[in-house]
Design a protein. Structure first.
Length: 216
């Protein structure tokens, strides 16, 4: 339970609640989903399995549309990556590398167990950042998202962007109730590339390779 009272478990959808994890190499997000049962136990299963698909079909929270996500990315000038890693095999490292090379965002990394990533200093918490980031991009377990929401609210951030494969409806609703714009189960790297023309708005490859660094 966080300081403001939101539950630290992911929201129940029928008899189970869902949250997924990235387990593949950099950039691979679809492999295993962790299904959390109401009795507190959990199990892992393929993300493409019928049960995982059923859990996703029971989601009731709806995030920003594609056009709204484009607006979020266009307006933002700074991004803080919570759960950033110096391990090149981690998806957070892959995304951090992409954003540092293909965008003009001011990047900040948050990880209490790291000191430097991609030659940049790493901060122990959002509260330690020298600025208030426009987007808080999150690579944490579903059960950790409520606390990240509370931390983002405390510093006055505008948007919490929860990465692909991570889902916590209760935390999303809590964030929105406290003034946050919430994006969930979306990869900021994929969305940024999509809106640059490398991917169609509906999700398929256009074959366009762009050297543009900004969406503006």
């Amino acid at each position: 339970m966080g300081a403001t009272g939101v539950s630290t478990g992911s929201v129940s959808t029928g008899s189970v609640s869902t949250g997924s994890v990235s387990t593949g190499s950099a950039g691979e997000f679809d492999s295993v989903e962790t299904v959390q049962l109401t009795n507190g136990l959990s199990c892992s299963l393929p993300a493409s399995s019928p049960l995982a698909k059923l859990m996703r079909s029971q989601r009731t929270w709806v995030g920003p549309s594609a056009q709204e996500r484009l607006g979020i990315l266009r307006r933002a000038k700074s991004v803080a990556i919570v759960g950033a890693s110096a391990n090149p095999a981690r998806s957070s490292y892959f995304v951090a590398t992409y954003l540092s090379q293909s965008s003009d965002y001011e990047l900040y990394f948050v990880n209490p167990n790291a000191t430097e990533i991609l030659g940049r200093p790493v901060y122990k918490s959002l509260a330690d950042l020298p600025v208030v980031p426009d987007i808080v991009d999150v690579f944490r377990r579903a059960s950790d998202i409520p606390q990240v929401m509370e931390d983002a609210i405390a510093i006055g951030a505008k948007t919490v962007w929860v990465q692909l494969g991570i889902w916590n409806e209760e935390a999303a609703r809590f964030g929105e109730e406290h003034g946050l714009t919430v994006v969930m189960d979306r990869c900021i790297k994929v969305e940024h590339a999509r809106f640059h023309g490398g991917l169609h708005l509906l999700g398929f490859d256009t074959g366009v390779i762009s050297s543009k660094k900004q969406l503006r």
